[in-house]
Ligand binder design. Structure first.
Ligand code: ADP
Ligand code: MG
Length: 327
C-alpha cells in the first residue's frame, strides 16, 4: 500500500519512491542519470521525491506506446559474436525505458530463453509450434506461446525449443516459407512497441524468416572473423526486403566484445566502416567478465546495478532515435 511508506515530511527517499512506483532503486537512478525522467529536488538528506514526482514517473513508466511494434532482427551467421547477449539486454533496457517489449527466441539452441531465466523443461509450447506443428498436428498462434518474464512487467518472451531445427527443415516444402514468421507476428504487432528477434548462427530459413519479418536489422560484429560473411549477409538482407513486406533497414553494425586498444580492434573497426559505411553504432560493447558471467544468471545484466549494463542503455537510446523517426 502506498501509504505504508509515507513519512512525516510528506516526501520520499529513492528507496521509498522506487517501491511506490514498483521498480528497483538502481533502475530509478539509472533513468534519472540518463535524463529519461527528471531527478527530484535534493535537500541535505539527499534526493526527496514528492507525491507529484511519483505520479509523474508512474505516468511515464510503461506508456511509450507505438501504434505498431518496430521489429528488429539481430543477425549474423557466425556464432559467439554477442547476438543473444545484445538481444536480451537491449530488450531489458527498452522495457526499463518504458516500452512494451517482446523477445522472440528464434534459435534452436534456446540461448535467449535460458538467458532470460526460462528452462527448456518448463516450455510447453514454443515458436516451433507456431511455425510448424505440435506433436498432435495442430499449430499454435504466437499469442498462445508468449510468456511474461519476472524481470519486468513490460517484458515478454516467445520461447524456443530444439524442435525448431526440425521445423526449419519442414518449412522448405511449405507455401509462404520465407514469410511465415512475419505472418505469425502480424496479429500481435499492435500489442508491443518493440519486438526483438534473436537469430541462429546460420543464414538458413530461420534467419531468412526473421529478416522478412524485420523493420530493421542489427549486425553484431566481434573481433574474430565475423566480418567474413558480412557481404553475404547484406545480400541476403536485400533479398528479404524484396520478397517480404517490410523494409529490413540496416540499422547498423554493432561492434561487440571489444578489448580496448588492441590492434585487432582497430582493424576490425576500420573494416566494419568500409563495409557498413555510416551504419555503425556509436555505442560499442566492450569485452567484460561481468557480461560473460551474466549469461548463466537467468537475469540480463540490465536488471542489476552493474555498471557494465550502461552500454546497453546507450544502444537503446541510439535506436530509439532511429525508431522514433518511423511511424
Ligand atoms: P551469439 O548469440 O552470437 O552466439 P552470445 O551472445 O551467446 O553470442 O555470446 C557468446 C558468448 O560470449 C557467451 O558466453 C557470452 O556470455 C559471451 N559474451 C558475449 N558478449 C560478451 C561481452 N561483451 N563480454 C564478455 N563476454 C561476452
Ligand atoms: Mg545466440
Amino acid at each position: 500500500m502506498a501509504d505504508e511508506v509515507e513519512n512525516t515530511s510528506g516526501t520520499y527517499t529513492v528507496g521509498e519512491a522506487a517501491r511506490l512506483i514498483g521498480i528497483e532503486p538502481h533502475t530509478l537512478r539509472r533513468l534519472e542519470s540518463r535524463g529519461i525522467i527528471p531527478a527530484p529536488v535534493r535537500d541535505k538528506r539527499g534526493r526527496r521525491y514528492t507525491r507529484a514526482d511519483i505520479e509523474h514517473i508512474r505516468e511515464h513508466y510503461g506508456t511509450r506506446r507505438r501504434r505498431e511494434a518496430y521489429t528488429i532482427a539481430i543477425v549474423n551467421q557466425k556464432g559467439g559474436v554477442g547476438k543473444t547477449t545484445t538481444t536480451v539486454n537491449l530488450a531489458g533496457a527498452f522495457a526499463i525505458n518504458g516500452h512494451r517489449v517482446l523477445v522472440i527466441d528464434f534459435d534452436p539452441q534456446v540461448n535467449a530463453t535460458s538467458t532470460l531465466g526460462i528452462s527448456w523443461r518448463d516450455v510447453e509450447y514454443s515458436i516451433a509450434d507456431v511455425l510448424g506443428t505440435t506433436p498432435d498436428g495442430t499449430t499454435k498462434r504466437l499469442s498462445e506461446i508468449i510468456v511474461p518474464l519476472p524481470h519486468h512487467p513490460s517484458l515478454f518472451l516467445a520461447p524456443s525449443s530444439i524442435k525448431l531445427a526440425y521445423t526449419e527443415m519442414s518449412l522448405i516444402n511449405r507455401p509462404g516459407r520465407d514469410t511465415r514468421l512475419d505472418s505469425a507476428i502480424e496479429p500481435i504487432r499492435k500489442e508491443y512497441d518493440i519486438i526483438l528477434l534473436d537469430c541462429p548462427p546460420t543464414l538458413g530459413m530461420l534467419s531468412f524468416n526473421a529478416m522478412t519479418a524485420a523493420d530493421g536489422i542489427i549486425v553484431p560484429i566481434d573481433e574474430s572473423l565475423a566480418l567474413q560473411g558480412a557481404g553475404q549477409l547484406l545480400a541476403t538482407r536485400k533479398e528479404c526486403a524484396d520478397i517480404g513486406r517490410r523494409r529490413v533497414a540496416l540499422l547498423g553494425a554493432l561492434l561487440t566484445r571489444q578489448r580496448t586498444q588492441t590492434a585487432a580492434a582497430e582493424v576490425i573497426e576500420e573494416l566494419t566502416k568500409e563495409i557498413f559505411g555510416s551504419r555503425v553504432f556509436k555505442t560499442k560493447i566492450p569485452e567484460r567478465v561481468g557480461i560473460a558471467n551474466s549469461t548463466g544468471m537467468g537475469r540480463p545484466l540490465v536488471f542489476t546495478d552493474a555498471r557494465e549494463a550502461d552500454v546497453f542503455f546507450s544502444l537503446a537510446e541510439e535506436l530509439e532515435g532511429m525508431i522514433h523517426a518511423t511511424k
